[in-house]
Ligand binder design. Structure first.
Ligand SMILES: [Fe+2]
Length: 196
């Protein structure tokens, strides 16, 4: 078994914290928050079988290497679904790379068909991937990450989740409030749904 590189520990903890913060901002139940906490911490457990040389490769992956990486949500869910208690967590992990427009993996689920907690986890995971340096590459940074989340809201990410995340990440144009006059400065893909 290859084992996970040590930098992934920090990544998992941050993803857990972001996911829980989004969940709290959305007013989710304590049960859902607990599912997010565990799913955040364990979301990449399926990479335990993926070679470090692939996980830490500088530059683009070959299509074969990418196919290997794409198996990790399925492997992670298979590990966890053997426990009745972790079955819901397993479902979130299986779908944490499904894209809102249906072009993600492993099942190509689309929009509301993707478990909501998996949509939350995807935003948390993507933000940390774009803001935390790794031993083999420098992160593009917070400004870039926020612009990417906005750009990809409605295609890659659930716009409602992105909007909630921008508020807690301090990236919302008017701060942490949601005043009506702020609507005009938001791009159309974030006007998809008003926050609840
Ligand atoms: Fe992942």
């Amino acid at each position: 078994m290859a084992g996970q590189p040590s930098w992934m520990d920090g990544h998992s903890v941050r993803v857990m914290e972001y996911a829980v913060a989004i969940g709290r901002a959305l007013g989710l139940s304590e049960n859902s928050i607990e599912t997010l906490r565990l799913a955040g911490l364990l979301h990449d457990i399926g990479k335990v079988d993926t070679c470090a040389s692939v996980l830490e490769k500088q530059g683009s992956l070959t299509s074969g290497e990418f196919e290997l990486v794409k198996l990790h949500p399925v492997h992670g869910a298979e590990i966890l679904c053997q426990s009745e208690t972790l079955f819901r967590v397993a479902r979130v992990i299986r779908h944490h790379h499904e894209r809102f427009d249906g072009s993600g993996y492993p099942d190509g689920l689309k929009g509301e068909g993707i478990p909501f907690l998996a949509r939350v986890l995807y935003v948390a995971d993507a933000f940390d991937s774009m803001t935390a340096d790794r031993p083999y590459r420098k992160a593009p940074g917070k400004d870039y990450a926020i612009s990417e989340l906005i750009r990809c809201a409605g295609t890659q990410f659930d716009p409602r989740v992105v909007l909630e995340f921008l508020k807690i990440a301090g990236g919302f144009p008017c701060g942490n409030e949601y005043p009506g006059d702020c609507m005009a400065s938001l791009p159309p893909n974030l006007l998809f749904k008003k926050p609840v």
